[in-house]
Design a protein. Sequence first.
Length: 187
Amino acid sequence: MPILDSKSIESEGLLDAARLMLLSARTAPKSGGIDDVLTLVVLGKEKDALADEMDKIAEERKISGFKRDAGNLRNSEATLLIGVRGDRSFSLNCGACGYETCSEFDQAEKKEGLDFMGPNCIFKSLDLGIALGSAAKTASILNVDSRIMYRIGTAAKRLKLMTEASVIMGIPISAKGKSIYFDRTPK
């Protein structure tokens, strides 16, 4: 009978969990049933390239949180990227985007900020939040350590990993003896 070491089994389990987390994000309720949520799983060299980009941002902006989160990402098995096409309107004319009508929002110039593109439709932003919550819930049910990280999304946007997304968030995942995402003091 072959012997399987825990590291390889945990790695396989984490990738299975990532797949299920993406399913949760995909099937999460969306405003009007219109799906503008985008998902990816990033691992290996590409994951480390994301962490390298976070280190660059930390140096450029003098923000230690980017460096701390880059270290968390390097110590993770994989990260999920969940983004949204927030530049699409929901056609409700609610005004939450800052424009009186969705037509005005649609015609407004979309501008790249330091991290993401705006303005964004509030309903698309809510859809992103619900998808993130659904994915994080699945990680919790599966006893997978995770944390939603804005800074991973910033690096993913700069690396053009989701070109259609106006906003991206990352959810790194790991399985260690103690959650690597628990102690959050910057170093």
